[in-house]
Design a protein around this ligand. Structure first.
Ligand SMILES: *[C@@H]1O[C@H](CO)[C@@H](O)[C@H](O)[C@H]1NC(C)=O
Ligand SMILES: *[C@@H]1O[C@H](CO)[C@@H](O)[C@H](O)[C@H]1NC(C)=O
Ligand SMILES: *[C@@H]1O[C@H](CO)[C@@H](O)[C@H](O)[C@H]1NC(C)=O
Length: 416
């Protein structure tokens, strides 16, 4: 009996020792985890005078930050009250620290000489690739010197038949756990911000500004990405405020002030290959004087689907085409304008709690493929009137099916 008690006491003591030691070791490891090192671009030779090329200093500071202590934190600091001129820069990972913060307090501008924009990552100016745990934040400003690109998107004279694309200002590829907040992005050559193949992203409190007339200056593009949350941002631009393209799912967008611009778009989908978009929730957004409000656009001849898409709590103020499904989208490429029996299948699309005005008469236009119907479209509490007092508005449909309640104007294609 006493032998048994002795064993039990020894066993309990052992458990206590183990518990205590594991508690101690986890506290110490937590303390050592937060070790943070700051890499200041000025210490790596940046001048920040807006004239000297600071690209090499940024690359050196980035490499030091990226190659520093595993599991620690690095801060790449870009001090304020200065302007840094950058040629195209690739901030490549993978990096050793589990968290990298890029603190942008100063302003970043491109080179005024187009030839300086030649690079091996030609479709973007500032590229982050394969960096996990990256945060880019601060009250700095990124200026892509758009006006010189909008007139002519080429760097040099292209060979005959080749179309030029101006660079994207800020591109994230394969950056999981990305946080992007606080910055002002102005006058991108083309799209302001793209994320491709990123998972688990939060974008907030951005201010994106380009003129209404600037070509292809989308605010934010999401491609092949999952679990993306974009909120509380102001986007005024010449093209889509936010565009979601193929391979994207679990996208939440809220608190966006959009205008001018082309609204919030899903697509264009189905241009060569199989496009899939799923679980998109757009809510509490305001569109002011935009060309489109909320739009789903697909090409003829595409394959794939877009489903479980909802637009909730949207306000329109003098929007041209407030609600539009366009399965006949085509651009300059003639091939994409031919009619086809194939189409991207659209289903489970909900419009709820939408009010506002339009500067056009056709305010709801559901133009689905003639061969592949749109199914389970739900409209509930949607009221759109004309921005011009006394003028009547109407809606139209092609092969769109679903239900409507409390919807004005009346849509003959949706059942009560
Ligand atoms: C592109 O990469 C090659 C080989 O790495 C290098 O020699 C060249 O300088 C780079 N060009 C530009 C414009 O960065
Ligand atoms: C809606 O968005 C606005 C910004 O456009 C924000 O101020 C407000 O808090 C948001 N409301 C909700 C309920 O999310
Ligand atoms: C609806 O949209 C389709 C596709 O863009 C377009 O061809 C058609 O003219 C629009 N309908 C009206 C009545 O504006």
């Amino acid at each position: 009996m006493s032998w048994l008690i002795g064993r039990m006491v020894r066993f309990i003591t052992l458990v206590l020792v183990l518990l205590t030691s594991s508690a101690v070791s986890s506290t110490t490891s937590r303390i050592s985890l937060v070790s943070t090192t700051i890499f200041d671009v000025l210490r790596y030779g940046a001048k920040g005078n807006g004239k000297t090329d600071d690209s090499q200093a940024f690359i050196k500071a980035w490499q030091a930050a990226c190659r520093s202590t595993p599991n620690a934190r690095s801060i790449l600091n870009i001090p304020g009250k200065r302007t840094y001129l950058l040629k195209p820069v690739a901030f490549n990972g993978p990096c050793k620290p589990s968290k990298i913060f890029v603190q942008v307090s100063g302003n970043i501008v491109g080179s005024p000489k187009k030839i300086d924009w030649m690079s091996n990552h030609s479709d973007s100016w500032l590229l982050f690739s394969a960096v996990n745990g990256l945060t880019v934040s601060g009250n700095g400003r990124i200026d892509g010197l758009g006006p010189m690109w909008w007139k002519n998107p080429c760097i040099a004279t292209p060979p005959p038949g080749v179309t030029c694309h101006a660079p994207v200002a800020l591109q994230f590829k394969r950056c999981n756990g990305l946080r992007l907040n606080g910055l002002t992005h102005v006058n991108s050559p083309r799209v302001h911000i793209t994320m491709t193949a990123c998972n688990g992203v939060i974008v907030s409190n951005l201010h994106i500004i380009a003129p209404e007339t600037s070509p292809n200056t989308d605010g934010i593009n999401i491609a092949s990405s999952t679990n993306i949350n974009i909120r509380d941002s102001i986007i005024a631009t010449g093209d889509d405020c936010i565009a979601i393209s193929g391979g994207s799912s679990n996208i939440k967008i809220s608190g966006i002030m959009c205008g001018p611009g082309h609204g919030i778009s899903i697509g264009s989908l189905g241009h060569g290959g199989n496009d899939v978009v799923e679980n998109v929730d757009v809510r509490n957004c305001t569109m002011k004087k935009t060309l489109m409000g909320v739009r789903i656009k697909t090409y003829q001849g595409g394959v794939g689907y877009a489903k479980k898409i909802s637009f909730t709590g949207i306000k329109f103020d003098a929007v041209y085409n407030p609600i539009i499904i366009d399965q006949y989208y085509c651009d300059t490429d003639q091939q994409s304008c031919l009619t086809s029996k194939l189409a991207v299948k659209l289903s489970d699309i909900t419009y709820r709690g939408i009010i506002g005005t339009s500067s056009m008469d056709n305010v709801i236009n559901l133009s689905c493929s003639k061969t592949v119907a749109c199914t389970n479209i739900v409209m509930d509490s949607v009221y759109i009137t004309s921005a011009i007092p006394g003028r009547k508005v109407y809606g139209s449909c092609i092969n769109a099916h679903g239900r409507a309640s409390h919807v004005k104007p009346y849509l003959s294609c949706l059942k009560p």
